[in-house]
Ligand binder design. Structure first.
Ligand code: ARG
Length: 465
């Protein structure tokens, strides 16, 4: 027999192929620190409830701590034959403390143990992601502040539409990442529930105190139903869903930076230190970081799909299918963290070509709506104003001029209500600064949005200290 922790009823050793196929330790060894912290809390609770003695608990805890040091120091060799991180550590514990190691698994099962470890691990990772999001948002606010005077064309259908402040653009992304922040925070509330003590599926006959374990491990809540506790991966799916939405935002920002840095746009220039060259075309400078972030979005969506599909139709309670959750989750966390972190570093180095942006904003009739609005203030119905300005645009196109380049007499052909003051309205500072509706692009509004964001970030900084 191969000496498994569970092989009492088995008549033959596990087939090596099966061992390899079912083992998860290559993936879940990453949970070791959380697994050990959970086991230590479990020992303390068992001793407090007199399920094991104080001396036994002390021995177990000492053994667990030295295993943690062994693993951290790279001295521990994980063995596929021991299947997963939980059993690797338990097997090792026997070598450290002898027979008493057999008491560690009293009143728990790997089903509640793996749920606990995953929750504890994801709780820490969520905090890390929130920190990366905070840095990214801070950089967006920094850029917005620094470039508050830069005007660019805003687009709909990828056609020049109306001028906006570049800062308004960046602050739009700030809002997206602010919503992501809220989603990860809300997710934490549901991650932060202690499942340990649910045992295999039905709870345990031992007089455990889950409240005490929860207190030791910093869980504000304990699960309400043991079947649900061992079979729930909603918190994983929710996290992956928040990650996917966050990656949607990252991919959109990436796409903007990629085309903005093309020769056709030349709105921004990537720093050399964040670009790569071509092995054949000497002149090339490619925005690979942004392209990779855009490309990696698919991996995170993939993890979400894999998890949803893995959980779909699973009967209660634990099923081995659920072991697949960690590959998907770990990959998504690594990907998201890497993308957020690299953008936190790239953004402050981005070079802004304000001349190109202004030039693009001033060409292409981006102030046509303002002329229509002007006519409305003179009593013309909006639809008629729209039509008259459309005609004026057609005329200006023929003359190869912009609306603000036409003479007053030329403009008056399209409406006699147009006066000299129209040129103030058509000026780009007025086009921007008259858009004062809530959330509009007027400099005053954008500065207010920046101040509000700074206050939010400051508040979050205080809370995270
Ligand atoms: N390695 C397993 C997982 O990650 C741990 C739980 C195994 N439980 C069991 N009854 N086989 O899901």
């Amino acid at each position: 027999m191969s000496g498994k922790l569970w092989d009492g009823r088995f008549g033959e050793a596990t087939d090596r192929n099966v061992e390899r196929f079912t083992a998860s330790v290559k993936t879940d060894s990453r949970l070791y620190a959380h697994d050990i912290a959970g086991s230590i809390a479990h020992c303390k609770m068992l001793a407090r409830q007199a399920i094991i003695s104080g001396e036994e608990a002390a021995l177990l805890i000492k053994g667990l701590q030295s295993i943690k040091e062994e693993i951290a120091g790279g001295e521990f060799e994980f063995d596929e034959a021991a299947e997963d991180v939980h059993m690797n550590i338990e097997c090792r514990l026997a070598l450290h403390v002898g027979d008493v190691a057999k008491k560690l698994h009293t009143a728990r099962s790997r089903n509640d143990q793996v749920a606990l470890d995953t929750r504890m691990w994801l709780r820490d990772e969520s905090e890390e992601i929130l920190r990366c999001l905070r840095i990214l948002r801070r950089e967006l606010v920094g850029l917005s502040k620094k470039h508050i005077d830069v005007v660019m064309p805003g687009y709909t259908h990828m056609q020049r539409a109306q001028p906006v402040l570049l800062s308004h653009y960046f602050m739009a992304y700030y809002e997206m990442f602010k919503r992501d922040t809220a989603r990860f925070r809300e997710g934490l509330v549901r991650i932060n529930v202690l499942p340990l003590g649910s045992a295999a599926l039905a709870g345990t006959t031992f007089p455990i105190d889950m409240g005490y374990t929860a207190e030791l491990l910093g869980f504000p809540e304990v699960v309400a139903n043991s079947l649900d506790a061992v079979s729930d991966r909603d918190f994983v799916i929710e996290f992956l869903s928040a990650s996917s939405i966050c990656m949607v935002h990252m991919s959109r920002l990436s796409e903007e930076l990629i085309y903005w840095s093309s020769a056709e746009f030349a709105f921004v220039e990537m720093p050399d230190s964040f670009s790569t060259g071509s092995s054949i075309m000497p002149q090339k400078k490619n925005p690979d970081v942004c392209e990779l972030v855009r490309g990696k979005t698919g991996r995170v969506f993939g993890s979400l799909m894999a998890s949803l599909t893995m959980m779909k139709s699973l009967p209660l309670a634990y099923n081995r299918d659920m072991q697949e959750d960690k590959d998907a989750l770990f990959d998504a966390v690594d990907t998201l963290r890497a993308c957020l972190a690299i953008y936190g570093k790239l953004l402050p180095k981005l070079r802004i070509n304000s001349g190109r942006m202004r030039d693009a904003a001033e060409h292409g009739f981006a102030n046509a709506t303002d002329l229509a609005d002007y006519l409305v203030t003179r009593g013309v119905g909006f639809r008629d104003a729209h039509h008259a300005v459309g005609k004026a645009v057609g005329y200006a196109l023929e003359k190869k001029k912009e609306l603000h380049d036409l003479a007053l007499e030329e403009l008056r052909v399209f409406s006699p209500l147009i006066d000299q003051d129209v040129f103030d309205v058509l000026s780009f500072s007025s086009v921007i600064n008259r858009r004062r509706s809530t959330g509009g692009t007027a400099t005053k509004n954008v500065l207010e949005a920046i101040s509000a964001a700074e206050a939010e970030l400051e508040q979050e900084n205080c809370e995270s200290k």
